[in-house]
Design a protein around this ligand. Structure first.
Ligand code: C2E
Ligand code: MG
Ligand code: MG
Length: 759
């Protein structure tokens, strides 16, 4: 007979949430305290009813909890509990049983000698692999127990890991078994019990997996998509602990009903051994968005649940995966959905994440990264470097972009591409972004205090930071804390982040502009801007994506795009920053096309705050051009024969031109990139291709030049086409007449210089 544990032995319930007098930690569940204030670190399980301030029976104690002067009492309480309890060791995957109580002996009809030392996994019959229960985490499972001397019976297993005395990793778990066979109608027991979870009424996980496998085969034939949603009810443990068993069980059943309604088929929803839910959707619609499906599931849980006299709201961490988009098999699908749900849970729950490749493959490695990232900011592992931004008009540094780096003691030195996308998918980017803002503004203040003048400090803002009003608050705080004027700060928002939710982004941007902060649109050209939106965006600058700049001068299209972006930006009243400038030819190209600011390795790589200070004190990173107006224009001669080049240079120098020569098209483009060339004269037959084609490319990249062909070989078709297309102004033949050639050159030069002054 269980002994009611009340005040009779000198103990009374103190409070459900008491502060432990020695460890000064809140005790998680309910604890008992003696009247004379000697504490027993003892935990009651679900039998505790806080509302009635009453202890019905005691859960566990003994060697799994802190030994105090009440240790003997704890042991006896464990022993007399009405709950069939056992303590298992987590040190081996077999989970050996280290202690049992009388109630368990009675339930199973076995003596403790027969139980202690035995594998819990084998005892409860899940060694066959049908279900697997992780005893390291709090869980609640329903299984058919085949142990002992009685017939197999349905039981509920409640697992609670027991933290060690220092609150560290659990080495043991308390397992409570309840016989729930009477709660299920006897007649349905045989078939139903074998396939259904009696608590929720849903099918068991392994049955769902079998059904899912069949759905996948059907989906291949029907070209349909199968979407798997994994749900973890947020903080369900708390509901389970604070309310009594019936409330938690009813809530579970009601959640199960709502999910079943969502999928229209009870064979597509199950409850997992660890208490999560899986729902499977099949859709013929190829355009269906898996996130929408996940959101519809989350929405189904929004209305409050009425449980007798009380109502409860629940939220869930929902992860979604999709066949064939993200996974090709049952386990992969389930694992991906669970990984995505785990990612949501880590960031506080109540959200839906679709599985992405950032959560890919080696989940363990990802989790390690997530674990390391968690708290990295507080541990001071983040650093900022600064890359100078130059004005092409002044040819000096006018600002810098702050770029984050992570120096992890375990993972090494990481560049943003290695952790920012991951932090974004885990929802940790807000914290990092907040730190970057604060640190960058504080650094700007230090530079100003050291006497450097005006500059613009650019800080990258991720898409996730754009949601809601938090960004405004973070910016305000960073400016206030550093006493930095808002006009010093420029926020870089990527084109994609803005365009994904243009209404919300525009509102946030307007508010930022009201504060006096500048805004740049980062990585412009790779996103999907609509011109209608562009004209309404309150940005000051556009940053041309560095992939376009990198392709100049070799890729004619990239050059065209750069020019188009510059033109477009100016049309809308924005200035332009060219990013990723690595070559002189790229710098010259951007300058010539009116790009106001440049940034790139050619000028400076990202540097430390100290090095940036030195640059701010000596801001000229590249000199002014000195080849002003002391000549009558510049001519570029292109020919693979050196003697032709020499003869032409000798002849034309008489007319006061600056002469450049190139024996390949590649060299010619290098020169065009760095020098202000007016006239280009090329041979037609070159080893790399036709002169007409080369001049067509020159026309695209350097349209202000006047282009001539000088050739001993006439490909009439090509030449006519080039002339008609405007790529070639004149066609001259070899051998040439000196006077005619000089006259043609003079005419071409006049035209080129007229075009420049018009522009
Ligand atoms: P971004 O904002 O477009 O930054 C420019 C990136 O280009 C930086 O890479 C910079 O080091 C690199 N870069 C600059 N000049 C050159 C060049 O001449 N050649 C080449 N190949 N690269 C050049 P980084 O530091 O690796 O940053 C990569 C991206 O990570 C940034 O692209 C930005 O989107 C993101 N990021 C960096 N810091 C932060 C941050 O604090 N918050 C957020 N949300 N994102 C950040
Ligand atoms: Mg940037
Ligand atoms: Mg960029």
């Amino acid at each position: 007979m269980p002994v009611p544990f009340t005040e009779s032995r000198g103990w009374a319930l103190w409070d459900a949430r008491v502060l432990h007098p020695r460890t000064e930690q809140y005790l998680q569940s309910c604890y008992l305290a003696s009247r004379d204030s000697k504490w027993a670190a003892m935990k009651s399980t679900s039998a505790f009813r806080p509302r009635r301030r009453q202890v019905v029976h005691v859960g566990y104690g003994g060697d799994v909890v802190k030994r105090t002067n009440a240790a003997g009492l704890v042991l006896r309480s464990f022993e007399v509990s009405v709950h069939p309890n056992m303590i298992v060791a987590l040190t081996s995957p077999e989970y050996p049983i280290v202690r049992v109580n009388t109630a368990l002996e009675t339930l199973l009809g076995l003596d403790r000698e027969e139980l202690v030392g035995r594998s819990c996994r084998e005892l409860l019959g899940w060694a066959d692999g049908a279900v697997d229960i992780d005893l390291h985490t709090s869980s609640d499972a329903v299984l058919t127990c085949r142990a002992g001397r009685r017939e197999p019976f349905l039981c509920r297993l409640v697992v609670r890991p027991v933290p060690d005395t220092d609150g560290g990793r659990a080495t043991h778990s308390l397992c409570t078994l309840r016989d729930i066979s009477e709660q299920v109608p006897l007649q349905s027991a045989a078939g139903h019990l074998a396939s259904h979870d009696s608590l929720s009424g849903l099918i068991l996980s392994h049955i769902l997996e079998e059904n899912l496998a069949t759905e996948l085969v059907r989906a291949v034939h029907a070209c349909s998509r199968v979407i798997v949603c994994y749900l973890r009810i947020d903080r369900f443990d708390m509901i389970d602990e604070v309310c009594d068993f019936t409330v938690a069980a009813n809530l579970t059943r009601m959640i199960a009903e709502r999910l079943t309604q969502c999928v229209d088929d009870p064979c597509r929803v199950s409850r997992t051994a660890s208490g999560g839910f899986v729902a499977v959707f099949v859709s013929q619609d190829a355009s269906i968005d898996q996130l929408d499906v996940g959101q519809s599931i989350a929405a189904a849980l929004e209305p409050p649940f009425v449980l007798g006299s009380m109502t409860r709201r629940v939220t869930a961490s929902v992860g979604v995966s999709c066949f064939p988009d993200t996974a090709s098999g049952v386990h992969e699908l389930l694992q991906q959905a669970a990984a995505a749900a785990y990612a949501v849970k880590r960031i506080g729950g109540n959200d839906v994440h679709a599985y992405t490749s950032t959560l890919d493959g080696d989940l363990g490695r990802q989790l390690k990264l997530a674990d390391e990232l968690d708290g990295a900011v507080q541990r001071g592992e983040m650093e900022l470097v600064y890359q100078p931004v130059l004005s092409t008009a002044k040819r000096e540094v006018v600002g810098m972009e702050a770029l984050v780096r992570w120096r992890s003691p375990k993972l090494g030195f990481l560049m943003p591409d290695q952790f920012i996308p991951f932090a974004e998918s885990l929802g940790m980017i807000e914290e990092i972004g907040r730190w970057v803002l604060q640190e960058a503004c504080a650094q700007a203040r230090r530079w100003l205090d050291l006497g450097v003048g005006d500059f613009t400090l650019s800080v990258n803002v991720s898409r996730a930071q754009m949601r809601g009003r938090q960004l405004l608050e973070d910016v305000r705080r960073a400016l206030d804390a550093s006493r930095l004027q808002a006009s010093f700060l420029d926020l870089e928002l990527t084109e994609t982040a803005i365009m994904t939710n243009v209404e919300e982004a525009t509102w946030t941007m307007r508010e930022l502009r009201k504060m006096g902060v500048k805004l740049s649109m980062d990585d412009f050209g790779i996103g999907q801007s609509s011109l209608g939106h562009l004209q309404r965006l309150p940005v000051n600058r556009m940053k041309i994506d560095r992939s376009f700049v990198a392709a100049v001068p070799d890729d004619v299209n990239a050059a065209r795009i750069c020019r188009a972006i510059i033109g477009l930006a100016h049309e809308f009243g924005f200035s332009v920053v060219g990013e990723g400038v690595e070559k002189a030819v790229q710098l010259a190209f951007l300058e010539r096309n009116g790009c106001e600011f440049v940034q790139g390795y050619l000028l400076s790589k990202p540097v430390s705050a100290d090095a940036m200070l030195a640059i701010l004190r000596e801001p000229v990173l590249y000199p002014r051009e000195t080849n002003g107006k002391s000549h009558n224009g510049a001519v570029l001669l292109v020919d693979d024969e050196q003697n032709v080049l020499r003869a032409l240079a000798r002849l034309l120098r008489r007319d006061g031109y600056r002469i450049f020569t190139a024996s390949t098209f590649h060299d010619a483009f290098e020169i065009l990139g760095t020098e202000n060339v007016h006239v280009v004269m090329s041979d037609h037959r070159m080893p790399e291709g036709k002169g007409t084609e080369f001049l067509s490319r020159v026309k695209a990249t350097h349209p202000h030049t006047i282009r001539l062909i000088l050739s001993g070989y006439a490909d009439l078709g090509a030449v006519t086409e080039a002339i008609n297309g405007g790529a070639v102004y004149r066609f001259l033949t070899k051998p040439w007449n000196d006077d005619d050639l000089r006259e043609t050159l003079r005419e071409a030069m006049r035209m080129a210089q007229a075009a420049v002054s018009e522009a």
